[in-house]
Design a protein around this ligand. Structure first.
Ligand code: NAI
Ligand code: MG
Length: 355
């Protein structure tokens, strides 16, 4: 089982080191190969996603990714910015299905921004389409307006697009995931206003007919944003487009206590996947040894389950994480009075011991 390890920038290197410790403790036949990505790759070779890194990722069974980005690169032209590396990997590997589970662990109920009774036992899965929508739609650009409210003024435009096959494949992923869970899919759209999302709603409805055992509901994105903080436990699987999924999944992360707890998986049609924490490179705390490595460790567990066919090993990691939380160990982002504050490496070591 070959894993491309791409730590990246900022806390990326610190948290990936802990996930690697945990993977090695499993004593599975894993072959780990490292490559630079993001700002680290830009410094070394002048490009955030060097050809050799992309080749390694393509040939691996799975990619374990840390995070990329730093404010010091904000003045670079867009194509050279670290964030282009993650967008490039998603595009080149065809990673169209992004899984973001939002689970509120029993021990962290108090760390959520919502009342304990709203989040206790929360376990929802957001499935975000990752390679279409307004983030990739052409045409896009800037021009002088010839019509609209201000003809002659400078304007910018992006294009929201989805094709039927793009919607079909993500809908199948969502219904299949729901079958293994509580058999409910909420498809989030804005069909009342956007033609793109009317097609989305129509196609999801059609695909849903092939899954009579799964309940399908449709919800407008504005209402979904509200319901996520009003009654989040009513959801099981949420499926939505790239932009709505980006926003809703960050919103959902806060229900769980900290973005440092949120893993993610991005899969293509061949079950090859890229696994990364939902957060970024956190330059504000990089180099201090205090970042929470659990999102990355839990991403490694998702990798074992989805790409490497090792569900038991995945469960062992998830159980070990619950154990260290039960022991009261907390990085600063999830710390509260009465618990023990630990650093990144201590947290990783504790997970290894629990394993
Ligand atoms: P961020 O997720 O890096 O940080 C947001 C806040 O959460 C910060 O206060 C940070 O300290 C905290 N945080 C994040 N992860 C944490 C962890 N594991 N433990 C404890 N605290 C944690 O988002 P931000 O600040 O908007 O972006 C920083 C850089 O990361 C930017 O260059 C951005 O473009 C990049 N980024 C990269 C992503 C990726 O590599 N997939 C995703 C999101 C942002
Ligand atoms: Mg985001």
């Amino acid at each position: 089982m070959k894993i491309a390890v791409l730590p990246g920038d900022g806390i990326g290197t610190e948290i990936v080191a802990e996930a690697v410790k945990v993977l090695q403790a499993l004593e599975l036949p894993l072959e780990l190969e490292y490559a630079p990505v993001g700002g680290a790759a830009f410094e070394a070779s002048g490009h955030p996603l060097p050809e050799a890194t992309l080749k390694l990722a393509r040939e691996a069974d799975a990619v374990l990714f840390g995070a990329v980005g730093d404010w010091k690169y904000d003045t670079l032209e867009r194509a050279l910015r670290p964030e282009q590396a993650i967008l490039g990997l998603r595009k080149h590997l065809g990673l169209f299905a992004n899984f973001r589970p939002a689970i509120c662990y029993e021990q962290l109920v108090g760390a959520s921004s919502l009342k304990p009774e709203l989040v206790a036992g929360l376990d929802i899965l957001i499935i975000r389409e990752l390679t279409g929508d307004i983030y990739f739609g052409q045409p896009r650009g800037r021009r002088v307006a010839t019509d609209g409210h201000f003809p002659g003024a400078e304007e910018a435009f992006d294009t929201m697009r989805y094709s039927r096959p793009e919607i079909e494949r993500i809908a199948h992923v969502a219904f299949q995931a729901a079958r293994k869970r509580n058999k409910k899919v909420t498809s989030v759209d804005k069909a009342n206003v956007l033609e793109t999302f009317q097609l989305w709603k129509d196609v999801v409805t059609e695909v849903g007919q092939q899954y009579p055992d799964v309940t399908l509901e449709h919800m407008y994105v504005d209402n979904a944003a509200m319901q996520l903080v009003k009654a989040p436990k009513k959801f099981d699987v949420i499926v939505t487009g790239n932009m709505f999924g980006d926003i809703l999944s960050d919103e959902a992360s806060m229900l769980t206590g900290s973005i440092g707890m949120l893993p993610s998986a991005s899969l293509n049609a061949k079950s090859q996947g890229l696994y990364e924490p939902s957060h970024g490179s956190a330059p504000d705390i990089a180099g201090q040894g205090i970042a929470n490595p659990l999102a990355t460790i839990l991403s490694a567990a998702m990798m074992l389950r989805f790409s490497l066919n090792q569900p038991e090993a995945a469960e062992r990691i998830e159980t070990a994480v619950k154990q260290v939380l039960a022991q009261g160990l907390r990085t600063p982002d999830i710390w509260s009075a009465g618990t023990t504050k630990v650093g990144t490496a201590q947290m990783g070591d504790a997970v290894v011991r629990a394993l």
